[in-house]
Design a protein around this ligand. Sequence first.
Ligand code: HEC
Length: 114
Amino acid sequence: MKKNQFFATVLVALLIAATFGIAMAADEFTNTGNDNKGKYLFRKNCRTCHIPGGTAPDLSPNSKTQAQWQRTFKSYEKLTCKDEWKKLSQGDLNDTYTYLYNHAYDSPQPATCE
Ligand code: HEC
């Protein structure tokens, strides 16, 4: 009986861990990050390729609407450069998202990335 209780406890613990894992994996980005840091991170980590004449299409915050940035970040795992994204922490990605979203094409303060 004792032994069964032990296994039941382990099972419950595993279920809780699994639920947490799923919640964490569903990357949720919000525009509550650090705008300035996001600008720096975007230049440092993305503009290396995404510049005019670079190896990837030129990208600036105003290249997309807020809804498009939302969709891009939600499914970034489908992008050619997903491995570049995965080098960044969730916090750094959220700061990058904040900068891009807050200065998107249809935002109150659209910005290019000069
Ligand atoms: C090593 C170079 C490299 C880096 C660094 C890089 N990308 Fe990319 N990215 C690419 C390439 C190559 C493509 C595919 C372009 C194509 O299909 O025409 C791409 C595609 C994309 C696309 C889809 C195309 C579009 O215009 O909508 C987005 C969005 C994007 N990258 C955003 C980012 C962001 C944000 C970062 C920084 C976190 C980043 N990339 C870092 C090379 C890079």
